[in-house]
Design a protein around this ligand. Sequence first.
Ligand SMILES: [Zn+2]
Length: 146
Amino acid sequence: MLTTPHSLVGATIAVLVPNPALSIPLAIGSHFILDSIPHWQEILYPYKITYKTWIRLPIDITLAVFLVNIISTHSQITANTVWLTAFAANIPDFDSIGMIWKPSLKNKLFKGYYDWHCAIQRETSSFWGVATQVIISLGSLSISLR
Ligand SMILES: [Zn+2]
């Protein structure tokens, strides 16, 4: 799933559970649940990065930062908690380093996690995959900004 819905769900978790000792692990856990929901991605397994990724990534991250900032500004929760939890919701995707730096996949523990993370992905056709992420993002915004 893209960075924006992961970040917004993470920020929403911070609004609902303001204690970072709880919200951060919950945000990390939410990542895997979201990855198992059908979603669109510009590249599919075995994830060979193309120019589309280099176009999508800055747009996705900018949108995530913009929207998390809105949540952070409007919520009663400490901004650090909102940002930290939104960031934590994306930590599981840091294994993407395995796509760029292949030697990292020689580490059995890392490769085991990488393979499992790839296996739980449910990528689907563009329209429905985008629709699920828009619904998740708007749902998160409506909960966190109420
Ligand atoms: Zn992921």
